[in-house]
Ligand binder design. Structure first.
Ligand code: MG
Length: 173
């Protein structure tokens, strides 16, 4: 059984993942409005990934006999001056999410809740990937700077991203 403290912390993470989803949906819509279709695609997939993260936490809470509580999702920003600005904010946001995951790991360790610790390993690894992905795109965008052809090529590259459901969820289907 989950402790009340662990359950509350996991529910807060469900909300944080859904806020991330909402943030990336907003970035997708903004990029689309500004003609960056590839950036819009990348963020539309990120939107789905964040919903999957929330789903993984909800499934886990339920599998432990806990109660899922869906709190209101706070407002998100709506405009970014350039793709570089949105990816810099993405990296900063993912670094914050990493600290939230680390905090969950601390609570689980404190409580000797090994099942939750084990579940969180997937997210610890996922955050390494999230930060690396954002950093890679920032590096590319900084290299091309204000070169329009370079920006066009990066947008093309980001258009190729496709959504793959996490195996941890695919197994449940
Ligand atoms: Mg996430």
């Amino acid at each position: 059984m989950l402790s009340a403290k662990m359950q509350d912390a996991l529910n807060a993470q469900v909300n944080a993942e859904l806020w991330s989803a909402y943030l990336y949906l907003s970035m997708s819509v903004d990029a689309s409005a500004k003609g960056f279709k590839g950036v819009a695609n990348w963020y539309a997939i990120q939107f789905k990934e964040e919903q999957a993260h929330a789903q993984i936490f909800m499934n886990y809470i339920l599998s432990r006999g806990g109660a899922v509580k869906l709190a209101p999702i706070a407002e998100v920003p709506t405009e970014w001056a350039t793709p570089l600005e949105s990816f810099e904010q993405t990296l900063a946001h993912e670094q914050k999410v990493t600290s939230l995951i680390n905090n969950l790991c601390h609570i689980a360790a404190d409580e000797k809740d090994f099942a939750t610790s084990n579940m969180l390993v997937w997210f610890v690894n996922e955050q390494v990937e999230e930060e690396e992905n954002a950093q890679d795109i920032i590096d590319s965008l900084r290299k091309v700077d204000d070169n329009k052809f370079g920006q066009y090529m990066i947008d093309k590259e980001l258009a190729a991203r496709v959504y793959v459901a996490p195996a941890i969820l695919a197994d449940k289907e």
